[in-house]
Ligand binder design. Structure first.
Ligand SMILES: NC(=O)c1ccc[n+]([C@@H]2O[C@H](COP(=O)([O-])OP(=O)(O)OC[C@H]3O[C@@H](n4cnc5c(N)ncnc54)[C@H](OP(=O)(O)O)[C@@H]3O)[C@@H](O)[C@H]2O)c1
Length: 238
């Protein structure tokens, strides 16, 4: 059966996408770097799985290709290194670029033969920080802006058979944001900065990813979807 490949399936959003699709009977191929975690999720969802560090091109390509046939790819990998400019190094930015951008590129390239045969959809992950400036977000902002450029270029190049879209979330309660939201006062302040005044949950982005993978989205490609409680576009203060 044609599968949906989820890279970063051990993460908050990746696992939420996997569980949503699994509940609807989709065949899944899960990829993560933490073998016990990914094996347990694969067993729960009766999915195939493979392990790779996304900065290892050969390992990641092989892990994606193990899916065999595929009609969808989700790259839900990401990290968050918030640092003032003086602490940012070229090495840090290169590593963040590898994790957020090059891992997505490698995954798409590896999945392409299967996706070309079946036709399908790709969902990548940006961030609100790609288009809205926040202090200390230089590295992640630059990487996610590159993800958005990659999304548009690939959507053009792979049309009409393969659709490519990206989701740009604001802060969601997943492992990635755990250090920031650990302080409840900080979490409440950030929540209040959203017109829909709460933090995001993994399910908020997972529901959108599920839609973008589905046939209901078959005329949608080359789009960046904010999933951010209105934070990127709305001012409710006047
Ligand atoms: N949560 C937010 O506030 C937020 C905001 C904006 C954008 N996003 C984006 O949304 C997407 C999903 O993030 P999330 O919230 O689900 O975060 P998460 O729970 O921390 O999951 C991140 C995933 O990326 C994997 N990963 C990180 N570095 C890796 C590496 N070098 N090699 C292999 N896997 C690696 C993690 O693997 P392990 O489980 O092994 O660590 C995990 O599966 C990401 O692209 C993120 O940038 C999230």
């Amino acid at each position: 059966m044609e599968k949906i490949i989820i890279v970063g399936a051990s993460g908050g959003v990746g696992s939420a996408v996997a569980r949503r699709l699994g509940a609807k009977g989709a065949a899944l191929h899960l990829i993560g770097r933490d073998e016990p975690k990914i094996a347990a999720l694969a067993q729960e969802l009766d999915a195939s799985f493979a392990c790779a560090e996304v900065t290892d091109e050969a390992a990641l390509s092989a892990a994606v290709q193990q899916a065999g046939e595929a009609k969808g790819l989700v790259y839900a990998v990401g990290n968050l290194n918030l640092k003032p400019l003086q602490s940012i190094t070229v090495a840090l930015m290169e590593q963040d670029f590898r994790v957020n951008v090059l891992g997505a590129l490698v995954s798409v390239k590896a999945a392409l033969p299967a996706l070309k045969r079946a036709g399908g959809a790709i969902v990548l992950f940006s961030s609100i920080a790609a288009r809205r400036g926040f202090p200390f977000h230089a590295s992640i902002g630059a990487s996610k802006a590159a993800v958005e450029g990659l999304t548009l270029a690939l959507a053009a190049e792979l049309a009409p058979k393969i659709r490519v879209n990206a989701i740009a979330p604001s802060l969601m309660r997943t492992q990635l944001a755990a250090r920031i939201v650990a302080n409840e006062a900080t979490a409440a302040t950030i929540a209040a900065a959203h017109p829909i005044s709460r933090l995001g949950e993994a399910g908020d982005a997972a529901g959108l990813a599920e839609f973008l993978l589905s046939a209901d989205a078959q005329w949608i490609s080359g789009q960046i979807f904010a999933c951010d409680g209105g934070r990127s576009t709305l001012n409710t203060r006047n």
